[in-house]
Design a protein around this ligand. Structure first.
Ligand code: NA7
Length: 545
C-alpha cells in the first residue's frame, strides 16, 4: 500500500468524502498512488452528512443504493429497511470508511478554495481554506450534484425573528418544533419527505407550494433476515440487472408503451405498481412517460386521481393537483404519508404560484394578496445549486488561467461528464453530462471511479503525465446530450435536470439521457480505443516550485 502523506506534492488530490471520494481514495490507494483528500465537513458522508432534516431518506432501495465492490462489506452490513433513513446511510459510510481505514487519509474541516492548472508542472496547484497549497498531478472532484444549498431570495428575510433552516444544511442537534408554527417552502423530495414529520411535531405547519409535485407512495418496510439473505444469495443476478439497467436499479425497465395497451390493461398495471410503490411505479410501468405527452397524461391522471382519493378537502386537493408540468420531468419524489398529512387539522397548503410571497416580516410571511402567516420557524426545502454549483464554487482555473465559471458560462461542457477540455488532469466523478442524476448514484460513482483509476494506472504505466478531453469530442458529447433531451419532455419544464431551477443558470439539460448501461459501454469502448476523444501526452517533467 502506498504511503499516504500530508506532503505538499502528491499524485492526486481528491475533493469530497462522500460515496465518490471514499471509493476514489480506496481505489487509488490500492494502485499505490499518493493522495490527499479534502472534505469541508467534519465527517464522511457528503450529501448524507449535511441532509439531516426530519424524514431524510434514500429513494433508492438499500440493497442497490450501496457499494458493490467489496464482498466483505456487502456481507457484513445489514440494512434495516427497504429505504434507509439518513442516519443509517451515514452510519454505513462511516462503517465503510472505518472498515477500509480511510479516515486517516482524509483531512476534514478543510475546503478547497481554488485550483490552478500549472502548465509548466503539468499538474494542479490547489489551495485550501487552511492556507495550504498542495501540488498534485491529478485533481479529482467527488463533490456531489446536490451539495450547494440554494436559499430563496425573500425580501425582508433578515427581519425574521424566528429560526430559518435549509433542509440541505440541517443542524446536528435535534430541532424541536413542538408548540411552533412552522412554514415550509418547497415541495421537491426534501419538502415531501419532511412535511409529515414536521406536521406531527409542530403546533401548525403551512406548506408554501410553488410547484405541485407528483409523488408516489414509497411503501417502505423493514427487511427481515430472510429478505436480506435472499438479497445476498441473489446478489449476482441482481447486480446483472442493475448493470443492464438504464437507471442503475435492479429491476427490468418498462418495455411497453402506455399507448399500446387497453385502458383496462393500463389500469391493472398501474394499480399493481402503485401497491409496489417507489421508483418501480415510474420506471417499470411504461417506456414512454417522458417521451410522449399522451403517455405521460395516462400516468399523471392516475396519480392525480390517487391524490384526490387521499385528500379529504377538495380545495386542498385542488392545490396539491395544480400541476403545470408533465410527470417525471422534475425529479420524481416518493413519499410516506405526504398527501395524508394534509388531512390533519394542523396543516395547510398555500399556492405561492397563485399568490407569491411578498415579504418576510419579523413574525412570518406576507403574500402579494396581503394574507399574512404568523410563523416561529421557516424551513427552506428549496433545493440546491445543482450539478455545477459545487464545481464552479471551487474556483478552478485551467490552461491559460481560464476559469471554469467562464468556460461554463453558457452551460457545462464536459466529455463523458468526466473531463472538460482546457482543464487537463481534472476528473469529475458524476460531473455534468454523466448519467448520474438520472441514475442510482452509487452505480454511476463506482463506474466513474473505476474508469478514472484505470486511466491513471495506464498513464503511469506508459509514462503519460497529461490527459485532456479534446474540444471536438466534448462538443459532440454535449450536442448529443442536448439532442437526446430534445426528443423528451424534459425541455418543456424548468427543473434542476434542465439546470434552470435557479434564475441565473444557463438553461441546458445536464445529464446523459440514454442510460447508465449504454454510458458504461461507451466509456469502456473509448478506453479500448486508446481513450478516443482524449489527448494523452507526455511532457518533460518540470520541477514544481
Ligand atoms: P428540489 O427538487 O430542487 O426541490 C426544491 C423545491 O423548492 C421545489 O418545489 C421548488 O419549486 C421549490 N423552490 C425553490 N426555490 C423556491 C423559491 N424561491 N420559492 C418557492 N419555492 C422554491 O430540491 P430537494 O431538496 O427537494 O430535492 C433534491 C433532492 O432530490 C436530491 O437531494 C435528491 O435526493 C433528490 P419549483 O419546482 O422550482 O417551482
Amino acid at each position: 500500500m502506498a504511503q499516504q502523506s500530508h506532503a505538499a506534492q502528491v499524485d492526486a488530490v481528491i475533493v469530497g468524502a462522500g460515496f465518490s471520494g471514499l471509493y476514489m481514495l480506496h481505489r487509488l490507494r490500492g494502485l499505490g498512488f499518493t493522495t490527499r483528500v479534502f472534505e469541508a465537513a467534519d465527517g464522511v458522508g457528503g450529501t448524507w452528512y449535511w441532509n439531516r432534516y426530519p424524514g431524510a431518506r434514500c429513494d433508492s432501495e438499500s440493497h442497490y443504493y450501496c457499494y458493490s465492490f467489496s464482498d466483505e462489506i456487502r456481507k457484513e452490513w445489514k440494512w434495516s429497511c427497504r429505504y434507509p433513513a439518513q442516519p443509517e446511510i451515514l452510519e454505513y459510510l462511516n462503517f465503510v470508511a472505518d472498515r477500509l481505514d480511510l479516515k486517516k487519509d482524509i483531512e476534514f474541516g478543510t475546503r478547497v478554495t481554488a485550483g490552478y492548472f500549472d502548465e509548466a508542472a503539468h499538474g494542479w496547484r490547489i489551495e485550501t481554506d487552511r492556507g495550504e497549497t498542495v501540488h498534485a498531478r491529478f485533481l479529482i472532484t467527488g463533490v456531489g450534484n446536490t451539495s450547494t444549498p440554494a436559499n430563496p431570495t425573500l425580501p425582508g428575510i433578515e427581519k425574521f425573528a424566528g429560526k430559518i433552516y435549509h433542509t440541505g444544511l440541517w443542524p446536528h442537534e435535534k430541532v424541536d418544533f413542538t408548540g411552533q408554527r412552522v412554514g415550509l417552502i418547497g415541495t421537491g423530495s426534501s419538502g415531501i419527505q419532511s412535511t409529515p414529520l414536521i406536521a406531527a411535531e409542530a403546533d401548525h405547519l403551512t406548506v408554501f407550494q410553488r410547484t405541485a409535485n407528483y409523488s408516489v407512495p414509497a411503501r417502505n418496510h423493514e427487511l427481515t433476515d430472510d429478505m436480506r439473505r435472499e438479497q445476498l444469495e441473489k446478489f449476482e443476478e441482481l447486480r446483472r440487472l442493475t448493470l443492464a439497467s438504464p437507471i442503475g436499479m435492479s429491476f427490468e425497465p418498462a418495455q411497453v408503451s402506455a399507448l399500446e395497451i387497453t385502458p383496462e390493461e393500463r389500469k391493472a398495471k398501474l394499480d399493481a405498481l402503485w401497491d409496489v410503490g417507489g421508483f418501480r411505479f415510474m420506471f417499470t410501468s411504461f417506456n414512454d412517460i417522458v417521451l410522449d405527452r399522451q403517455a405521460n397524461a395516462v400516468v399523471a391522471d392516475y396519480i392525480t386521481a390517487k391524490i384526490r382519493d387521499k385528500v379529504r378537502d377538495p380545495a386542498v386537493a385542488d392545490v396539491l393537483c395544480d400541476f403545470n408540468h408533465p410527470v417525471g420531468t422534475k425529479r420524481p419524489p416518493i413519499d410516506t404519508d405526504y398527501y395524508e398529512t394534509f388531512n390533519r387539522d394542523n396543516v395547510d397548503i398555500v399556492s405561492i404560484r397563485a399568490d407569491p410571497i411578498r415579504e418576510v416580516t419579523a413574525d412570518g410571511l406576507t403574500l402579494e394578496s396581503g394574507a399574512h402567516y404568523r410563523l416561529d420557524a421557516i424551513v427552506c426545502a428549496t433545493g440546491f445549486d445543482t450539478v455545477t454549483g459545487s464545481l464552479i464554487k471551487m474556483n478552478l482555473h485551467g490552461k491559460g488561467g481560464q476559469a471554469l465559471a467562464e468556460k461554463w458560462k453558457y452551460g457545462p461542457q464536459a466529455y463523458l461528464g468526466l473531463c472538460t477540455s482546457g482543464f487537463p488532469n481534472l476528473f469529475m466523478v458524476t460531473g455534468p453530462g454523466s448519467p448520474a442524476i438520472l441514475t442510482n448514484f452509487p452505480v454511476c460513482i463506482e463506474q466513474n471511479v473505476d474508469w478514472i483509476a484505470k486511466l491513471m494506472e495506464r498513464m503511469r504505466d506508459i509514462g503519460f503525465n497529461e490527459v485532456e478531453a479534446l474540444p471536438d469530442a466534448e462538443a459532440e458529447w454535449v450536442k448529443d446530450i442536448v439532442e437526446a433531451a430534445d426528443k423528451t419532455l424534459f425541455p418543456t419544464v424548468d427543473s434542476w435536470y434542465m439546470n434552470s431551477n435557479l434564475p441565473d443558470k444557463p438553461r441546458v439539460f445536464t445529464a446523459y439521457f440514454s442510460g447508465m448501461n449504454t454510458y458504461a459501454e461507451i466509456c469502456d469502448d473509448i478506453a479500448r480505443n486508446n481513450y478516443k476523444g482524449f489527448d494523452l501526452r507526455t511532457h518533460a517533467r518540470a520541477e514544481v516550485a
